[in-house]
Design a protein. Sequence first.
Length: 209
Amino acid sequence: MGRLVICDHPLIQHKVTFLRDKNTDTKQFRELVEELSTLLAYEITRDIPLETVTVETPVAIAEGRVIAGRMLGLVPILRAGLGMVDGMLKLLPSAKVGHIGLQRDPETLKPTEYYVSLPSDVTERELIVLDPMLATGGSANAAIDILKKRNCRPTKLVCLIAAPEGVEAVRAEHPDIDIYVAALDERLNEHGYIVPGLGDAGDRMFGTK
């Protein structure tokens, strides 16, 4: 079973509080999402393998550790996932970025893809799916399905806020995926919003409501 990792570093908790605040304006909201994404990048890279190398310092030869050449890819779910990319790339500048666009079918209410663009070497990379809100889990599961059907290797889902219902939905369909969240909230309400949550991340990020 994939891990559920709640990243509760004091700086993350601090920034999540201001992210939730309805008085946080669009500019501040974007900045907080980017900053939180950078902090989460530390957490999701804890298990990256290292190899030993030697370097020459101004004084002597030293033994050190470097990342063992693992190739990563970031796959934000449009549109809100875009806000997490720049923060991740600050720590993972060599990662390539793909995009998955999903929209809700008005009849089935299930997410359907309208756009998929992935790096040419995507099957050789370990992929990290980005979506600020994990509510019902429908979009996350659909995005992971899209990647797996293309013989890709999604291994992690990174979200800012999650509801228990969304976590369970992803674990039921994709038990191999590790889920990283900055906060695990109480529940979903009757409209499918996370409680207490932060509202609609896309609307708050892009000022569309």
